[in-house]
Ligand binder design. Structure first.
Ligand code: UD1
Length: 374
């Protein structure tokens, strides 16, 4: 049985590492063998956005790297499709495995489906219902084209049902597996780089960890300026902020003197993007997490940390319902108010359950893939 896993962006390396480990385990104990090849589109290419994940998570090195890099959506997706088509035709896989909601996911879905290669989608069914997000478009299309849809939550299963998936006429299958990101947190927590705190002169529970990278927050200078003003106020008046800056955000700040000054004149500690093992340490020792990332909202919960999401909607609604996460209007006063309220919230009073499964999503996914191909 041969599968090709298509990855390209930072969160996909983590998800693919979980599935790859499960493939290796299956090959050790299963009656049949799955041959997996990794295809990297090259969407992310900086060392700290790509190579570090392969090194730290022991994800097998990609058999192919398309080296597509940063481009407009159409150019990036189109170039990936051209490269993927050649590889798929050459490799003739039994199944293509796709992760999450990036342009690499979309390119894989369009290319595989037109070559009639079945698709397994890991992290299916998530919806923000905001079609201005490129990720939402990527998810909706990938889910429509997939043969097996692996959902992390009940809400994801429900979202698919509302869109007519599974559909008897098409013959696709929906499986609730839990979240591979929980598997990753469990597997790699043992390897978390605890010296990250000391290296950065930080003490446990003394800082708020912040990340901002979504296009809707960084493409608008007004929005990014509102966010940085709010973070500066929180850092100066409430609790120091440690801002882990994605290259996209760093690029915007570097080209805008006003934003740069705002950041330089505040007590915010700025650190460029870090690897996953450092991130586990940064998250688990923080007092609170502020983010617009999907994955980090859940990682906050895995580490029993409260989270403020710098968006007006989230795909991980169960965290908002349970009180662990709060979304916020993108106005400085609303952001500051929400963060200051969260700093006063006692998380030990909140219920904590297995919203994301039991940390064995990878194993379930590989078993389903093997059954499907067989
Ligand atoms: C992508 C995904 C998003 C995911 C995120 C994780 C899409 C549409 N979005 O967003 O779902 O949450 O990755 O990080 O696929 N850049 C670098 N070096 C890199 C990578 C990116 O400098 O290694 C910079 C470039 O300036 C580029 C910008 O980041 O213009 C955006 O990169 P891109 O891959 O388009 O999207 P992300 O914002 O990273």
């Amino acid at each position: 049985m041969k599968i090709l896993s298509v990855v390209g962006a930072r969160p996909q390396f983590i998800k693919a590492a979980v599935v790859s480990r499960a493939v290796s385990a299956y090959n050790q104990y299963g009656s049949k063998r799955i041959e997996e090849k990794i295809v990297h589109t090259g969407q992310h290419y900086d060392y700290n956005m790509s190579d570090i994940f392969f090194n730290e998570l022991q994800l097998p090195l990609p058999h192919y790297n398309l080296g597509v890099g940063s481009k407009s959506h159409a150019e990036q997706t189109g170039e990936m499709m051209v490269g993927l088509e050649k590889i798929f035709l050459n490799e003739k896989p039994d199944m293509v495995v796709l992760f999450g909601d990036t342009n690499s996911t979309l390119a894989g879905a369009l290319t595989a489906s037109k070559l009639h290669i079945p698709i397994a989608h890991v992290e299916a069914g998530l919806r923000s219902f905001n079609r201005e997000m490129p990720e939402e478009i990527n998810r909706v299309i990938t889910d429509q084209l997939s043969s097996i849809l692996f959902c992390p939550t009940d809400i994801a299963v429900e979202n698919l049902k509302n869109e007519g998936i599974p559909n008897k006429n098409i013959g696709c299958k929906v499986v609730k597996t839990g979240d591979v990101m929980l598997d990753a947190a469990k597997i790699y927590s043992k390897k978390a780089k605890e010296n990250w705190l000391e290296d950065n002169n930080l003490k446990a529970n003394s800082y708020i960890l912040a990340t901002v990278h979504r296009a809707e927050n960084t493409d608008s200078l007004d929005r990014l300026s509102i966010i940085i003003s709010a973070l500066a106020k929180i850092s100066d008046d409430y609790c120091q902020i440690v801002f882990l800056v994605h290259p996209r955000t760093m690029g915007v700040i570097a080209h805008n003197a006003e934003l740069k000054n705002k950041l330089d004149n505040s007590s915010i500690k700025v650190i460029p993007a870090i690897g996953y093992l450092d991130m586990l340490c940064a998250e688990s020792n923080s007092r609170l997490i502020i983010t617009d990332s999907g994955g980090i909202q859940k990682e906050a919960y895995f580490h029993k940390k409260l989270c403020v999401t710098l968006r007006t909607e989230t795909e991980w609604k169960e965290l908002v319902d349970a009180g662990w996460n709060r979304i916020t209007e993108l106005q400085a006063e609303s952001i500051i108010k929400t963060i200051s309220q969260m700093l006063k919230t006692d998380s030990s009073l909140l219920s904590y359950g297995n919203l994301y499964g039991d940390g064995r999503a990878g194993e379930l996914i590989v078993r389903e893939i093997a059954d499907f191909i067989d």
